[in-house]
Design a binder for this molecule. Structure first.
Ligand SMILES: C[S@@+](CC[C@H](N)C(=O)[O-])C[C@H]1O[C@@H](n2cnc3c(N)ncnc32)[C@H](O)[C@@H]1O
Length: 243
């Protein structure tokens, strides 16, 4: 992912067989999203042009396989969505979940809003803001995050958003075990919980996607869905930050 404005150039490859297997009936929607990333996403500097040839394996499929860890009907907040990874991918793949894409930067939320509309995703909402600004008003079953911050900082932003029994699913690289070992003491001070490292998508994506999961075992807010989430939705995009 990049921050400057880039020229579109590289051609988006056709979906590989793994994409057909992973996305199933939602493949046309996933393909439309890949096209948006390869075109508008590159033009607006949200992803680098060099990512285009590897959009399917490295980005869409890599993110999609995390759905294995999310039960039916769950509420999910994707912290630091950027151009929609992994939140938009999970939202389009799983119409049964309620996905909130939480992202502070205006030009990214503009792209996300447009993508949600273009893809016709009624289960995905975009909320502009930082995770820590949503503490005390947004509660969810799962937080997902990829490439947002080191684990201890990410946990500080994310664990207060979780209901009791909820999990942070942090997509990490090969060094996930080492990162967890280093951060585990800090994480356990934030909120009692259980940490593990899971590899998902074996046989679908190579390498498999590595997820650090932190499941909180204590109350940190309301234990049932509803009121707080509604309040959060009402606060959507009211903040006036500009980039
Ligand atoms: C490197 S990008 C990764 C984007 C996307 N998750 C991906 O994997 O392509 C990090 C994103 O985190 C967002 N971010 C940074 N600090 C944040 C915070 N405190 N709360 C929510 N999002 C944050 C940034 O605006 C940026 O879009």
């Amino acid at each position: 992912m990049t921050s400057g404005t880039e020229e579109p150039g590289a051609t988006l490859p056709a979906p590989p067989p793994q994409a057909v297997a992973v996305f199933g009936d939602t493949l046309p929607v996933a393909t439309r999203y890949a096209e948006l990333l390869a075109d508008d996403g590159v033009r607006r500097g949200l992803i680098g042009p060099r990512e285009v040839p590897r959009l399917w394996e490295r980005h869409l499929i890599n993110c999609a396989v995390v759905e294995e860890l999310i039960p039916e009907g769950a509420e999910v907040v994707d912290v630091g969505s950027g151009a929609g990874l992994p939140g938009l991918v999970l939202g389009l793949l799983r119409p049964d979940i309620k996905m909130t894409l939480l992202e502070p930067l205006l030009r990214r939320t503009v792209f996300l809003d447009e993508a949600v509309e273009a893809l016709g995703l009624t289960n995905v909402e975009v909320r502009r803001g930082r995770a820590e600004e949503a503490h005390g008003e947004l509660y969810t079953d799962f937080v997902t995050a990829r490439a947002v911050a080191p684990l201890s900082r990410l946990a500080g932003w994310s664990l207060p958003l979780l209901r009791k029994g909820g999990s942070l699913l942090a997509l990490k690289g090969e060094q996930a075990e080492a990162e967890l070992a280093e951060a585990e003491k800090d994480v356990s001070k934030l909120r009692p919980g259980v940490c593990d490292v899971i590899r998902v998508g074996r046989g679908k994506v190579d390498p498999a996607t590595t997820v650090v999961r932190v499941t909180v075992t204590s109350d940190g807010g309301p234990s049932a869905s509803g009121g707080s989430q509604k309040k959060a939705r009402n606060g959507k995009k009211k903040r006036g930050r500009k980039r």
